[in-house]
Structure formats: C-alpha cells, structure tokens
Design a protein around this ligand. Sequence first.
Ligand SMILES: [Zn+2]
Length: 210
Amino acid sequence: MAKSASVIIFLILCSGCASHQSLNIKDHKLPFWNKLSERNTNDLDMVVVHATELSDMAEAREYGERILYKEAGTGASGHYYIDRDGSIEQYVPDNRIANHTTGWNKKTLSIELINLGRYPNWYHSDHQKMQEPYTQAQIDALISLVTEFKSRYPTIKYTQGHEDLDTRIIAAENDPSKQVARKMDPGPYFPWELFLDAVDLKKETPEKPE
Ligand SMILES: [Zn+2]
C-alpha cells in the first residue's frame, strides 16, 4: 500500500515535469562568440544537421575554438553540440551567425552531433564510409531541441543535412585523380524519416540568402 501510494505521489509530482522543465543545455559559449555578427531571430528559416566527424566533444571544442578568420577573430562551429549520451552544449547564441555551412549561415541554426564520420581520413579515397551510427540518446535530444526551436522560432519550416547544402567534390588527398565529397554529414546513418516525423519540418531548401 505504502509503495503504491508513493508511486502515485511520484506520478502526480512528475506529471508537470515534461511541460515545465526546459531542456538541459549547458551554456558553453566559444571565446569569440561576441565577434560573430548579430542577426534577428525572426529571420530564421532552417535547421542544419551536422556530424562533427571528430572523436569526441573535447576535440569538437578544440576545433571550434580555432581562429580561422583572422580579421574577424572568429572560427567555424555549430550553434549546438549533442554528445553520444544526449547531453547538449551551446557554443554560439541563436542570435549570432555561426560559420557552419558555406552560403547558408545567415538564417540557419546548426546542430552538430558528436560522431566519428570519416575521422581521421576524411578525404582518403579508401575511407569514404561513415563509421558510427548515431545513438538513440542523441536522436532523442536532437528532436527535443528542434521541437524547442519550433516553439521559440515559428518561422523555421525547413531542415537539411550539411551534405545536402554543400555538395562540392574535391580531389582525394591520397590520389588527386580520384574525387571525394567535401561534406558527407550527417550521412547514411542519420534517421531522416524518424526525425522528420517527430519535428514536422520539410526536408527542403529555402531560398538562398544574399
Ligand atoms: Zn557539417
């Protein structure tokens, strides 16, 4: 009796948790975040899904902190990073333009899934298979995060993978007569059907920003 009563109390106490508790996102802004250009979040139209193609969150951080654009004092990164256990870190605020997809940064939010991809032989012609499936915890966290975006920014109607927006082909590093894809993320392991059903976004590309 006591046990079932405590279960009932637990259920009552927790019935409001899901709706009241906001997502647990670790604020972990990049050192140069305030040098990235500001934007109006009313212009957001698309979520871009990426894979880091790196070993872990620490390495993703190291890459994210690198200064690649000397004049601006900034680098390349996504807005959010989701680890294999589903934990989420935010590197760049939503109202700042992150450098994550050539030509598509202005109006997009970017989410990076920690995943090996082709690491560390990205451009080797014999190494063009993505190596690691995504975890359920990652996909669950991604769906929760994008659901949160949709309620915060109703102008977001579209989603694409990095590979859909950057289709450039380059010479393989081991054999310049062979060609490899510059970007392959999130790649064939990403469960598009499940994701699109859950978040109700169109897998289409909006008009390209200036
Ligand atoms: Zn990417």
